[in-house]
Design a protein around this ligand. Structure first.
Ligand code: GTR
Length: 407
């Protein structure tokens, strides 16, 4: 039964390791025609093959950007944190076809004179959730309702101000010598099924959609590349050292951004789960059928072919990690976040490692899942921390260490 998603009320997630079906993962180093990849040169071709499969079957194909990008300065405060840092607000305008999509960037960087490395990540509830003062405006774009964040009727409010600072510990990030760039993901594409009229998809009205067209995850990922276009023009940042990171659905987007755009020098997936770092074939926690039912706008329509038929996927998510090679990638899980399949996220790191070895690099240093709160860092990093779903200070500490190691 193709294109038949699983109804939420009929879905019982599997949380029993013994109930995980036996499966064979597609080999990242084997071409579809059976030929073997024996060196980095051939990897380019095999990489292209895998990339096109992910485009066609999972995320959908994003368009080339042929529009104009304009940066409007909203505010600059060079005396942030008692003069230790600069905080600025930039409104990027994505202009195409007579349209103008505004994206507000919130930027923090230490006041050092050399170009520094930076983290770039989308946030869930608006830039004002990363600021205590009113200089950073509340977004006007569509937002998910969340009582704690003060959003209702799909509008953000002052209630959310500063509430996500613990999840974006900019003082720590700055003191470690890194910049931070964040923007609200709903400005790129509002997270509901509107038939791809609004957000970045709306910039391409001439596009006729098909089963392999881009969904929202690809839209968020594509938007991260537009921010990268802008960062290349900024003197405070070293564009060779930009790490892209995301949590959960935005972790899926960060991984796909890292696969699409090699300018991202390091990629971080925080609890990205199904359609992110977790292996689909394990059908543990959230499954392909379940995710397509809950979020019909996230992926390419083709992804529905694999609802309850994960074994038929021509790729699996370890190959998404492999697309990032030889650039470093970090995958993080929360031990209680079973919905995202922590073990499946780890096994994905192991199965991507042969591609790193092809480059003479260590991928995942261990073959069995490390104990809780014991990070492992090769060119692939992994930890499973205590607690559940969330981007926490512990996670950031590991990302900073991982960035120190590789930048
Ligand atoms: C859940 C979804 C997950 C994850 C999460 C999030 O509802 O099933 O795949 O993306 O949302 O983004 O917080």
């Amino acid at each position: 039964i193709f294109f038949q998603p699983i109804l939420a009320q009929d879905f019982e997630p599997n949380y029993e390791e013994a109930q995980v079906p036996s499966y064979t993962l597609p080999d990242p180093l084997l071409f579809t025609n059976g030929e073997k990849v024996t060196g980095p040169k051939q990897w380019n071709n095999r990489r292209q093959e895998i990339f096109e499969l992910f485009e066609k079957e999972v995320y959908g194909k994003s368009p080339e950007w042929d529009g104009e990008l304009e940066a409007e300065v909203l505010f600059v405060n060079p005396d942030f944190m008692d003069g230790k840092a600069t905080r600025k607000g930039i409104r990027l305008h994505l202009k195409r076809n007579g349209q103008d999509l505004p994206l507000d960037l919130l930027i923090f960087y230490p006041n050092t004179r050399q170009a520094i490395p930076a983290f770039l990540g989308l946030n869930f509830y608006g830039n004002h959730t990363l600021a205590t003062d009113s200089e950073v405006a509340v977004p006007t774009a569509w937002i998910r309702n969340n009582e704690a964040m003060g959003s209702s009727d799909n509008k953000a409010s002052e209630t959310g101000r500063g509430k996500r600072i613990p999840n974006w510990p900019y003082e720590e990030i700055i003191s470690r010598g890194y910049g931070l760039v964040s923007l609200y993901y709903g400005e790129l594409d509002p997270d509901f099924d509107d038939g791809f009229q609004n957000g970045v998809h709306g910039l391409f009205p001439e596009e006729s959609r098909n089963a392999a067209s881009w969904g929202s995850v690809a839209g968020w990922a594509w938007g991260l590349s537009r921010v990268m276009d802008f960062l290349e023009t900024e003197s405070w940042v070293n564009p060779q050292k930009v790490a892209v990171l995301g949590h959960s659905r935005l972790g899926k987007a960060a991984l796909w951004a890292g696969a699409m755009d090699k300018r991202f020098a390091l990629v971080i997936s925080n609890n990205s789960g199904c359609g992110g770092a977790a292996l689909s074939r394990r059908q543990y926690g959230e499954t392909v059928g379940r995710i397509n039912q809950s979020f019909p706008h996230w992926f390419a329509e083709n992804f529905n072919q694999y609802n309850e038929r994960e074994m038929e996927l021509p790729i699996d998510q370890h190959q998404l990690l492999a697309l990032i090679a030889p650039r470093p990638v970090y995958v993080a899980s929360g031990v209680e976040d079973r919905w995202a399949d922590p073990k499946g996220e780890f096994l994905s790191c192991v199965a991507a490692s042969p591609v790193y070895r092809l480059f003479g690099l260590e991928g995942m240093p261990v073959a069995t899942q490390p104990a809780v709160n014991h990070p492992e860092m090769g060119h692939i990093g992994y930890h499973v921390r205590s607690g559940g779903h969330g981007l926490l200070e512990y996670d950031w500490m590991q990302y900073l260490d991982f960035a120190d190691l590789h930048f």
